[in-house]
Design a protein around this ligand. Structure first.
Ligand SMILES: [Zn+2]
Length: 402
């Protein structure tokens, strides 16, 4: 049952699934990212003088063949750039271990996915809406046309807000636009140096991986960014604070909004797309309908206004609207449906999707990739990667099941 303490704890640890985690020995942290072309905010940054990566030749013409099997779906949170900080013995260590992967793990997972012939597809391309003869709108599964031998994969990333509690705990601080017009991440390393890098946060790591391995993305697709709004988005405090409605707070908010807009624009230009993750990371199955509705409207107002239209709802904690909306349709699901949402994603251990027969909606599950699942689900991940090979031994010694 819902309780305030559980809620606060859960918010603290950004758990998007209902799973909880449980270890190993220390090893060197992943290599720190290169400092890079300076971004919009700092003028005194060390500049990377390394040469631009080579421009790769276009992919050779490949034959596209229809694919009608399962579309796999993995999800992550922001990656831990400096494990020695995230796992520094403080009270948040367990939560980070449970819910996050480290940068070295994330890179190793991408390499394995590519080696195993997965190719990123845009979730919005997997299903589409059509009008039945009687005028009703319904969803249907599209036949994906993919390079022969490729296996479609959707990746989503939850809670890319760089919440306040994460600051100083081994994560970058926000995404920015570099002087090159590309997305970079900025943060402060454990020695106190400001770092601008494309090697230390999930978005830029995936961007770079696709640049170097264009065959990993179909049509330039990257990932779905699932955002809450209560602490802003992408490291910018764009939220309206009802408890601090001063001129200075409003001005600061406007500045944060102005700074994040070009980041959002560049992300959308480069294959990223957005979804709601609720405004307040709320338990959508357990709260009064009016609370769920007000939360949805606040997300549309404060986040949807920045990221644009989306038809995807990625459920916080994996809880389902109306306490179970796969086989029944309740008022909260209908409310979201009327707002234009069509794809509703929870958490599961296998590929799952179901097209609703009564409304225009598709319900699906995503597999969490995090410390808990790496420690406990090696066999379920083996078609993607070997958890034993990607596992970062700088994690705390909480044990593994393999
Ligand atoms: Zn979440």
């Amino acid at each position: 049952m819902f309780c305030i303490a559980c809620f606060l704890l859960a918010i603290l640890f950004v758990s998007c699934s209902r799973d909880s985690g449980a270890g190993s020995e220390p090893s060197p942290p992943p290599s720190a990212g290169t400092t890079a072309p300076p971004a919009d905010l700092l003028t005194n940054e060390p500049r990377d003088t390394s040469p631009e990566p080579p421009v790769l030749p276009p992919e050779p013409e490949v034959e596209l063949v229809p694919f009608s099997g399962d579309v796999e779906h993995l999800f992550f949170h922001e990656a831990i750039a400096w494990p020695e900080r995230a796992f520094g013995g403080h009270s948040r260590q367990r939560g980070y271990d449970t819910n996050m992967v480290t940068v070295s793990e994330f890179i190793a997972i991408l390499e394995s996915l590519y080696a195993k012939n997965f190719i990123l597809v845009d979730m919005n391309d997997v299903w589409s809406e059509y009008t039945e003869e009687n005028g009703s709108l319904r969803m249907r599964r599209n036949t994906l046309m993919l390079p022969e031998g490729k296996r479609p994969l959707v990746i989503s990333f939850d809670d890319l807000s760089f919440y306040g509690y994460m600051q100083g705990d081994g994560f970058m601080d926000r995404y920015i636009i570099g002087d090159d017009g590309d997305i970079w991440a900025i943060g402060v390393d454990p020695s106190g140096e400001t770092v601008i890098s494309q090697d230390l946060a999930v978005i830029t790591i995936l961007d770079k991986f696709v640049r170097e391995n264009p065959g990993f993305s179909f049509g330039g697709a990257k990932g779905c960014i699932a955002l809450t709004g209560y602490e802003g988005i992408l490291g910018y405090r764009t939220q309206f604070d009802r408890n601090n409605d001063t001129h200075a707070a409003r001005l600061n908010r406007m500045q944060e909004i102005a700074r994040v807009r070009p980041v959002v624009h560049r992300l959308k230009e480069t294959g990223w797309y957005f979804s709601t993750h609720s405004y307040g990371h709320i338990w959508i199955d357990n709260l009064p309908l009016s609370t769920v509705q007000n939360d949805a409207l606040r997300w549309m107002d404060e986040v949807g206004s920045l990221v644009g239209d989306t038809s995807i709802f990625i459920y916080p904690y994996g809880a389902r609207l109306d306490n179970g909306d796969v086989w029944s349709t309740g008022p909260a699901l209908l409310f979201y449906h009327d707002l234009g949402f069509r794809i509703f994603a929870s958490v599961g251990r296998e590929p799952f999707s179901r097209i609703k027969p009564d409304i225009s909606a598709v319900m699906l599950d995503r597999m969490p990739v995090d410390g808990h699942s790496l420690r406990n689900r090696r066999s379920q991940f083996i078609r993607f990667f070997d958890a034993a090979e990607v596992f970062d031994n700088s994690r705390p010694n909480y044990g593994v099941s393999w």
